[in-house]
Design a protein around this ligand. Structure first.
Ligand code: FAD
Length: 307
């Protein structure tokens, strides 16, 4: 109930306008965000790299409505790629396709992604196309395959959400294509006609899809994006049982979430990558994080009361 309310609020313009003018919301949000500027994100990346953690950088924003705004986002990502290269950071980049104009036109988004991938390729920096709400799933998978197959970019990957019923078939197909996939549970509000409504079923599907993917191909790559201890232990068991090579998978978590566990997994020898968002458009990202964990809402309320 609380999750559904927060996911509704993450999309509501009136709530965004209120929250972004509110200093305390900004302070709490910055727990999950590297900062509002690129230099803060670069600094955060350097600190994480020094702790043995890999990074994937995301410039916050979504649902761009003009081609000019989408082009400005392309320029920011190109600048970011230059910084990653020049400063020898161990970082990939994650991009929301609606930030590059997917809600305006699929071809425009493709052209924008192509410009970014062309900048990333000589620097060997991987790009992940994030997955948004289910109205974007088909378009995002089409864009991914077009960039990989028709345009020939090898350093591109995308995301599958375990809460969608369709994901089993998508994962089966993507394993046969040796794709680079991030598996997450899914962060958007979806109806029960297309997505498992309860956590237990999503969790069971996460483990099932991870096993199906890791054993379904010898060359596909899987990023296990989760903070859930049961998912971490369940996938570790699959990795051990099937002797999956360390160059076939990595773990991923979000900045500011379970930082002790991030360090522990890295110290145990796992490749551990942290999703590091930055930028001024932190509101929807932040509210989705609140929706994932009631304790974060309590933390937010405590800061309000203690102000
Ligand atoms: C690297 C990365 C990339 C992602 N990319 C996408 C994407 O492209 N598309 C998409 O839809 N979703 C994406 N997500 C979000 C994802 O879908 C989930 O919404 C999110 O990860 C929460 O699911 P969970 O597996 O952590 O488990 P949950 O079932 O949400 O939580 C299980 C347990 O994990 C711990 N936990 C979870 N969240 C928190 C928190 N915020 N603070 C403290 N503890 C917490 C708690 O102990 C909790 O009980 C991404 C997540 C990660 C980590």
């Amino acid at each position: 109930m609380l999750r559904r309310l927060l996911l509704y609020l993450s999309n509501a313009a009136w709530a965004r306008n209120m929250a972004t003018r509110w200093g305390v919301a900004r302070r709490v949000a910055l727990r999950f965000v590297a900062g509002e500027t690129m230099s803060e994100a670069v600094e955060a990346t350097r600190r994480l790299n020094e702790q043995g953690l890999l990074v994937t950088l995301n410039y916050l924003g979504e649902s761009v409505t003009s081609p000019e705004d989408a082009q400005a986002v392309v320029a920011t990502y190109q600048n970011l790629l230059q910084q990653i290269h020049d400063q020898h950071l161990q970082a990939s980049v994650s991009i929301k396709p609606s930030h590059l104009g997917l809600d305006i036109d699929e071809d425009l988004c493709h052209a924008n992604l192509k410009q970014i991938l062309a900048t990333a390729e000589p620097y060997d920096i991987p790009i992940t196309i994030d997955m948004e709400g289910s109205n974007h799933t088909d378009m995002t998978l089409r864009l991914y395959r077009r960039l990989r197959d028709a345009d020939g970019f090898n350093q591109v990957g995308t995301v599958i959400q375990a809460y969608l019923y369709r994901s089993e078939e998508d994962m089966r197909q993507l394993a046969s294509e040796n794709a680079h996939i991030r598996l997450c549970k899914g962060a958007y509000l979806e109806p029960p006609e297309i997505a498992f409504p309860d956590k237990a079923a999503v969790d069971a599907n996460y483990i099932k899809l991870a096993e199906q993917y890791l054993t379904g191909s010898d060359a596909a790559y899987l990023c296990l994006a989760t903070h859930d201890e049961a998912m971490i232990q369940g996938t570790e068991a699959i990795i051990r049982q099937h002797s999956i090579a360390p160059d076939r998978y990595e773990y991923q978590m979000l900045l500011g979430v379970r930082t002790d566990r991030q360090a522990e997994l890295a110290a145990a020898g796992y490749k551990m990558r942290i999703y590091v968002p930055f930028g001024e458009a932190w509101y929807p990202y932040f509210v989705r994080r609140l929706a994932e964990r009631p304790a974060n809402v309590l933390f937010f309320l405590r800061m309000l009361v203690g102000r």
